[in-house]
Design a protein around this ligand. Sequence first.
Ligand SMILES: N[C@@H](CCC(=O)N[C@@H](CS)C(=O)NCC(=O)O)C(=O)O
Length: 238
Amino acid sequence: MAGKIPVELHQFDSFWGLPNASPFCMKAEGYLRWRDIPFTIVVDSPRTSPSGQVPWVVDGEDVITDSQRIIAHFEAGRPDALDANLDARQQAAAHMLRRICEFDLFWQINYSRWADPAGWARFGPDIKMRLPMPMRLFGVGLVRRRLIRTCRALGLDPADPEAAYARGKAHIKAIADWLGESPFLLGEEISSVDFSALGALGNIMRQPVHTPLRDDANERDNLVRWLDRMWARTFARA
Ligand SMILES: N[C@@H](CCC(=O)N[C@@H](CS)C(=O)NCC(=O)O)C(=O)O
């Protein structure tokens, strides 16, 4: 349970008008806001993280890495714990949806910013401006090469954005068709996978630069309504 000292959420600074350009940071922050858990943001980098990744949380003596473990930490012992009443089919759906959001869409986001030449032309200058000097000169190129290598290994070819985004659009369609007219991904009640989707779809649909994926998702009214609903419960709260 949350201690009396405000929780520290270590994550990237907000960027591009998004609460966070990392879907996992957006997921964790969205969850803490939804749960009304008092927290302070410590702008930090994967280099100082115990796991080598952002986000992580410090709650008194506890240091918790990984966005899903962060949610589990705060949900433990709550009578109204998220996901506690999911049946086996809902758990299976959550498992598959989380995988699409946190793997497939995560790599679509990386592709659209770092690998797609049109995306990089918009993202590159903005991210470089935000970084300190040695990182701006040398680090960005290294990170970009690493991310492009993984995109290629996943079949997301920088030379063929149309094919890469066709895969992303199929993921978006699957999520939208699954959601249908339900208020939340698993039905009437919000569940932790809604926060995974908030991180991924929030990053895709509310990023300032048009991409084929952003435009495709924003043309789906049920997804737009779902995102508005999630935003109202998280980042749009006073
Ligand atoms: N499973 C982790 C994934 C976190 C993650 O991949 N964070 C990225 C930023 S979006 C990161 O820190 N990457 C740095 C690296 O892996 O070197 C979670 O849910 O928190």
